[in-house]
Design a protein around this ligand. Structure first.
Ligand SMILES: [Cu+2]
Length: 218
């Protein structure tokens, strides 16, 4: 589903905490939301090396607009960057990339740009992410951005494969969000990958396969 972006204006309604916003993705990390374009979006403590930023406009419920041109990726280099043992954050302290090495017994790879080619098929994972509470957890939306690739249901040769909690692979053959119900309380993983018609992973700098950890509470 696309939509008319004419007059699109990001803004968080203070009363509801919701509104149109831009999803901003550092490297291949979960996105952060950018609501107020009148204020700069700052990245703090970005580590040394090559990075990418990806951005696209989204709706209050986090579904991305899939219009032509509603996606940009830029690459940039940081010299003498931040402290890798601390997270990369926005100016408000939202995490854009986790610190390395271990936190909570988990190993994180340093957040660096992959060897990504902006002209090749690229799957950008958008939702789900983070914590879901109460009615927000039923259903939970899976949504992604797709560049330079057409899915099978739309006359192309690619498929998006997903699995929940390491379970059976399922396929998305249209570029549109799906909503899944029936999540039990606790932690879950959602893996999303771009594959070709034979089910082989289509790599692009490591960005086309992502696993997100989410938490469902009631
Ligand atoms: Cu969002």
């Amino acid at each position: 589903m696309s939509g008319d972006l004419k007059g699109y204006m990001p803004h968080k309604d203070p009363a509801t905490g919701k509104g149109n916003h831009i999803h901003v993705i550092l490297d291949n990390q979960p996105y952060e939301a950018y609501y107020e374009l009148g204020q700069p979006f700052e990245l703090r403590n970005v580590t040394e090396g090559k990075h990418t930023l990806r951005v696209f406009a989204s709706r209050p419920w986090h579904e991305s607009y899939k219009n032509d041109g509603n996606f940009q990726m830029v690459e940039f280099n940081v010299k003498g960057g931040g402290d890798a043992s601390k997270p990369t954050t926005t100016k408000d302290g939202q995490t854009m990339a986790s610190p390395t090495p271990a936190r909570e017994g988990k190993d994180y790879a340093p957040s660096k740009a992959g060897d990504v080619d902006a002209t090749r098929p690229l799957l950008t994972n958008s939702r789900p992410k983070g914590e879901y509470k109460g009615e927000d957890a039923d259903p939970i939306m899976i949504d992604f951005w797709l560049s330079n690739a057409k899915l099978q249901g739309e006359g192309g040769q690619y498929r998006v494969r997903y699995s929940i909690d390491g379970g059976d692979a399922k396929f998305l053959d249209k570029w549109e969000p799906i909503w899944l119900s029936g999540w039990i309380t606790g932690k879950h993983t959602v893996k999303l990958e771009l594959v070709d018609k034979d089910g082989n992973a289509v790599d692009n700098g490591g960005y086309n396969s992502t696993t997100r950890d989410i938490t469902v509470t009631r």
